[in-house]
Design a protein around this ligand. Sequence first.
Ligand code: PLP
Length: 392
Amino acid sequence: MIPPVLPTYNRAPLAFVKGAGSWLETGDGRRYLDLGAGIAVNALGHAAPELVAALTEQAQKLWHVSNVYTIPEQERLAAALVDRTFADTVFFTNSGTETAELAIKMARKFHHENGQPERIEFIAFEGAFHGRSTGAIAAAGSEKMVKGYGPLMPGFRQLPWGDAAAIREAITDRTCAVILEPIQGEGGIRPFPPALLKEIRALCDQTGTLLIFDEVQCGMGRTGRLFAHELSGVTPDIMMVAKGIGGGFPLGAVLATEHAAKAMSAGTHGSTYGGNPLACAVGLRVTEIVSEPAFLADVARKGAILRQGLESLVARHPETFTGVRGEGLMLGLHCTRAPADVVSAGYREGILTVAAADNVLRLLPALNIPDEDITEALSRLDKVAESLKAAA
Ligand SMILES: Cc1ncc(COP(=O)(O)O)c(C=O)c1O
C-alpha cells in the first residue's frame, strides 16, 4: 500500500527532533555529527542563534503580503546581493529548481526581445543537476531523471563534462545560453577548471551567448569565497542561488546583469511566496554573515584542515578511499565502493555524510563547524573505514 508520504525518496530510518550547530539528535537521544548540513543548506548549522533571532523578530511583525506590494525586506536583501556580486538585479524564489526555471526563461526571453527568437539552444553538461522541474531535468538530461517524463522541453544539449573541444564546437551565434555548475555537486564534487571557464566566457562573449552559473550548491560561502566563480575570476550573466542563502529557510535567488535581465518587464515572471518577508529577513542575515571576509577566510581555513585530514584518511584506507576533491567546505572523498555503503556505515558511527555520483562521498558541513567537530568527524570517518574493512 502506498504510504501517506509519496515514496519518491530512499530515506534512511533516522528521524531527528532537534539540532544545534553541527549536531542532530533523534527522539531517543542518539546524537549525530552532521557533515551534510541538509545538503549544503544549513550554512550556519542547526538552530543558529542569529537566524533564530532574525526569523522570530520578523515572524512577530509580518509573514506575507504578496509581490503586489513593495517588500522592504526583499529590497534590502537584493541590495546586499547586488553590492557583493557582479549582478545588477535579483528575483527571489523558494528553491533552486525555480531558479533554473527563471534562468531558462530569462535567457530565452533575452534573445527573443533581441530579435533572435530562434536562439533557443542551451548547452549543459553531463553530470549536472539543476533541479526536478521539467525544464531543469531537460537541462541536466540524465536518463535517471528524465525517464518516463517525455516529451522533454526541446532545445537542451549535454556535452561531456569539461570537454574543451566539444565546447568550442558547440557554442555558436545560434546558442541561447550555457548553463553549468562551477563545481558540480550531485555530479560528484567536480570543479570546472578555471581556464576552461575563462574560455567559455570568451566564447559566450564572441557569440552573444548568455552564461548561466548554477551556484545553488557551491555558492554562499561554501568554497571560502562568497561565490565559487570568484575562484576563477569569471563572472556569469545570470546566476542561480538557493540552499545556503536561507540557512534552512526555503529561499532562492536569480541574480543577473542589467543586460541579461533587460527583457524581464512587469508581468513576465512571478511567484506567490518568492521573496516573502520571513525568507528575506533570514536571507539578509545569512548574507551579511557569510560575506564577511573574516568568515570566508575561516571557511577556507576549516576547509584546509578537513581536506588535510581526508588526505590522511585516503593514505590510511586506500581500500575504501582513493582521493579528495573540491574547494573549501565542499569536499568529496572518492570511494572504491558505492558511497551509499559508506553513508550507511556512517550512520552506525554517528556521522552524517551524503552520497554523490561518480563514487563520491560528499562532505558539506556547516560553514561555521567548530574545529573540534572537524577532528571528531575525521575520527568517526576513520572508524567508518575500519568497520568497512572488518566487514569485507
Ligand atoms: C546545483 C543545484 N542546482 C539546483 C538544485 C535544485 O535545488 P532545489 O532542490 O532547492 O530545488 C540543486 C539541489 O540539489 C543543486 O545542487
